[in-house]
Design a protein. Structure first.
Length: 260
């Protein structure tokens, strides 16, 4: 069994220092890895990255993250990523990493993802250059996610995203903004490559649980949705002799993060 803690959309700022750290006090007792599903910051400044770095430094488990749209706003993605890297955070964009705990190997493939919409109400790479660029950006990120997942030779595989791959986790958001919250292309890439769990964020007013057409479970871990320091998902059975692939994640809860 491997235990996955996950949260997204924490939106740290200068006035939030110490708030997340309080929620991570027992993290190492409850989880083997911490996944961050983007929107770490409010505006993507290196100063905000340093606030988050201090929150997760030495939490006792590997920390793996993707960036979100807020983290791109400042135009300082490279410096933002470097600050996190200096604190031991692995930031993925079209790549993967492997975490091992108790003899179980977990492969994590990550991308920010992008928008475009879902079957029956989606954009296409036709028409004006601006529209082509919008959809082709999503296609490129979905292709990289597929390749990163497919290349993993591990007991379990997780796709870590910011944007939603299915509309299920958007229920509660306004229908008009669905095309800006995710894309079916991400789910198609995941189903084609195979995964055990998908962890996006982004939809603050959405719903936690969804599933791809191929049956992969999707969990929206945006903090306004899960309303706690992190959600905890378990893949496999306790002390497995040979962990079965593609198992449904078992879920546990952590205490609600108390606002400072």
């Amino acid at each position: 069994m491997i235990r996955i803690a996950a949260v997204g959309d924490v939106h740290v700022g200068d006035d939030t220092a110490g708030r997340l750290r309080a929620g991570f006090e027992r993290l190492a007792e409850q989880a083997d890895v911490l996944l961050i599903a983007g929107d770490i910051s409010r505006c993507g400044s290196p100063a905000e990255a340093r606030v988050f770095a201090d929150e997760v430094r030495d939490v006792g488990v590997p920390v793996v993250a993707v960036l979100g749209n807020h983290d791109h706003h400042n135009g300082s993605v490279e410096e933002f990523t470097n600050v996190l890297g200096d604190a031991g955070v692995t930031v993925l964009e079209g790549g993967s990493t492997v975490v091992e705990a108790g003899g179980v190997r977990l492969g994590i493939a990550g991308t920010k993802g992008f928008g475009g919409g879902f079957a029956g109400a989606c954009g296409s790479d036709f028409g004006e250059p601006e529209m082509k660029a919008f959809v082709l950006h999503t296609k490129a990120l979905a292709d990289r996610l597929h390749d990163a997942l497919a290349a993993l030779d591990t007991d379990y595989r997780v796709a870590l995203l910011h944007y939603a791959p299915v509309p299920d986790t958007l229920a509660g958001e306004r229908l008009e903004i669905y095309p800006f919250l995710g894309s079916y292309l991400l789910a198609e890439a995941i189903d084609k490559a195979g995964a055990d769990l998908v962890v996006p964020g982004h939809a603050h007013g959405g719903t936690e649980k969804g599933v791809t057409a191929g049956g992969v479970h999707v969990r929206n871990v945006a903090q306004p949705v899960i309303r706690q320091a992190y959600a905890l998902y378990c893949l496999g059975e306790a002390a497995p002799s040979a962990p079965p692939p593609r198992s449904r994640p078992r879920e546990r809860r952590t205490p609600l993060l108390t606002p400072q």
